[in-house]
Write a protein of this length. Structure first.
Length: 289
């Protein structure tokens, strides 16, 4: 068993070394502002945080999100919770024959908002209904993946820049997901360039990749660049770098999009209902290499 890492009145268990932590015994609904700030600080030491056994109204979820930063309104407004433009719905649920949220999104390894000039900081997911099997969320530790590369490869990729494209991303999505993005929505996100390797505040370095949006590595043949990206993603998503989150109702899972990749996994959507509320915490500034 892992040892708790603080003397707080709740239990904190590390996830895969310094990748993140799981917290039990803390109620976000009644936590003080000081406790929320403490949780945010704990989260910032790693890249991933899990809080179990929560029961949150949308207001309480938003309050927690705001303790992490500024929340973004979502680009696909039709799937936000009425009255809560920052709460996005992931679900296969239908009401009056209409799907209430996004379904079958994020099946490939990616990071949210890599196509933005200031990529998203954090994604927060809160499970209200969860299938008893499947629908796991996988998270790859891009710092550990960078650190495991041979020194010559580290040096070679550290100076590279990558062109990320929202339009390219949409072209590769599941047709069901693609159909709900309008040209006007795509027009709000012109192509952007980000470093392939990011530096964290503590000086550690991390790969920055996404399967959907990475159109090319600058200065390389586009197809050769995409091949290199595929190889680096294959490296970073090996079991030793991946945390698999098995959902329980009441879980809150958050991750830093700048230092992780994630993907969804399949579930039996005819037999089970999934209902998850998602927040996006806006990124402050571009990415530093
Ligand atoms: Fe995602």
């Amino acid at each position: 068993m892992s040892q708790p890492i603080t003397n707080a009145p709740y239990a904190v268990t590390p996830i895969k070394g310094n990748f993140g932590a799981e917290i039990t015994g803390l109620d976000l609904a009644t936590a003080s502002d000081a406790q929320l700030a403490e949780i945010a600080e704990l989260y910032r030491r790693g890249s991933v945080l899990v809080l179990r056994d929560q029961k949150l109204t949308p207001e309480q979820l938003v309050r927690f999100g705001e303790a992490l930063g500024t929340l973004e309104n979502h680009t696909r407004e039709q799937f936000t919770l009425p009255g809560f433009p920052t709460v996005y719905i992931l679900s296969n649920k239908e009401v009056d024959g209409k799907r209430i949220g996004v379904h079958r999104d994020g099946m490939g390894w990616h990071t949210d908002g890599s196509y933005l000039r200031e990529p998203l900081d954090t994604t927060v997911l809160y499970a209200l209904e969860s299938p008893p099997e499947g629908a796991d969320t996988l998270l790859a530790d891009m710092r550990a993946a960078f650190e495991a590369l041979p020194a010559d490869v580290q040096q070679e990729v550290a100076g590279k820049e990558v062109l990320h494209s929202f339009v390219y991303l949409i072209g590769q999505l599941d047709p069901e997901a693609r159909s709900v993005v309008t040209a006007e929505q795509a027009g709000r996100a012109p192509d952007v360039v980000h470093p392939l390797v990011l530096m964290r505040e503590d000086g550690s370095r991390s790969l920055y990749l996404s399967s959907g949006s990475t159109r090319e590595i600058l200065g390389e043949d586009p197809e050769a660049g995409r091949q290199r990206v595929r190889e680096l993603i294959a490296h970073a998503t090996q079991d030793q770098f991946v945390y698999r989150h098995k959902w329980r109702v009441g879980d809150v899972l958050l991750w830093n999009n700048r230092y992780t990749m994630h993907r969804a996994t399949e579930y039996d959507d005819k037999a089970y209902i999934r209902l998850v509320h998602r927040l996006w915490v806006a990124g402050q500034g571009g990415l530093s290499s």
